[in-house]
Design a protein around this ligand. Sequence first.
Ligand code: PLP
Length: 437
Amino acid sequence: MPVQTDHLWMPFTANKQFKAAPRLFVSAQGMYYTTDDGRQVLDGTAGLWCVNAGHGRETIVKAIADTAATLDYAPMFQMGHPKAFEAASKLAEITPAGMDKVFFTNSGSEAVDSALKMVLTYHRARGEAQRTKFIGRERGYHGVGFGGISVGGIGGNRKHFSANLMPGVDHLPHTLNLEHAAFSRGEPEWGAHLADNLENILTLHDPSTIAAVIVEPLAGSTGVLIPPKGYLKRLRELCDKHGLLLIFDEVITGFGRLGTPFAAQYFGVTPDLMTVAKGLNNAAVPMGAVVCKNEIYDTVINSAPQAAIEFFHGYTYSAHPLAAASACAALDLYKEEKLFERAASLSQHFEDEIHRLKGAPHVKDIRNLGLVGGVELNSRDGAVGARAYEAFLHCYHHGVLVRYTGDILAFSPPLIVSEEQITQIFAAVGEALKTIA
Ligand SMILES: Cc1ncc(COP(=O)(O)O)c(C=O)c1O
């Protein structure tokens, strides 16, 4: 029986195009999805950059099932349950030193909006309530809440809502430059100076009015932009110089994608807050979090009277028992199977294989770091995105799931991927590119 698709309004999807020829997954195990017509599809994207330990992991499934049977739900407003605290402690074990405080949300978008509010609350608590403005970056993706699209820099996500965005937001330039850094392997040598644009923006606004700078350490959803060498360190220095907080949106880069728990550790730059989601619990139940420096938590908590709620913010499902239990199980699994180290050890092979596509038809740029990569295609005249869509479709029909945004193909396999599977993913792309006009 074909699935009735009429009623569902699909997210970030060309609904008419999809419903004319639906693509459905009915199960998933390990590195593979199974389609409704019984085909196996190799997951080259960890779902949406989120199933870092691979699909259907037994300990996670069991944690969810057991918890559903024992504690389906518990409120977290003025109440609690043990798994919520355990999940926060396990997360704090792998965050950078001094960032031990965790606030749970249900998505990356909520984590971003929560982080922005946390920053404003912190500045107010320390007597700098005039720090209300935020600086994001062009092409940044910080989810789809009004806060997130305001600090985000993807035109398509903002244009219909532009009259209603948060006031007091400016943007750094993005860091992609194909003239100076095309086909870079790992961090581009060129571009650290782009961080200095922060000084120009601060001159326009008066630094004492800025609350925080928010960037993805490595921008994923916009099409894999790798930070130039030294860029993030420079940004950190400038934030320190002017008393601004630095937020890393680690929703994609967290949980081993670059071979370390977080990009912060990979780049040796510690932000003041991090937003996370996705791999936090292997995407088994919706969950996100803000992780902040202890000083931020202590300042906010200690500035309020004993019986007062210190932070007027939270969600019905913050630290939902199923989400918290799956986070505990996923974090244990990452540790037991040394999956972050595994990602680090596979990254050279990943780099070698993705760069084999240099010279393939339509390829304009290739970029990579850890287990994340992007292949940018030349756009067809008057049809931006058409080539990448056709390549995606070809790969899907030939058993490999890739992702595309505009004319950029993106790759982020689960960290359990084998070397052979990495080779298979890029070979499928190579074949696809030969077939499309
Ligand atoms: C960096 C970043 N921040 C925030 C989000 C939003 O997360 P969610 O889709 O869970 O709301 C994403 C999603 O891809 C992301 O990549």
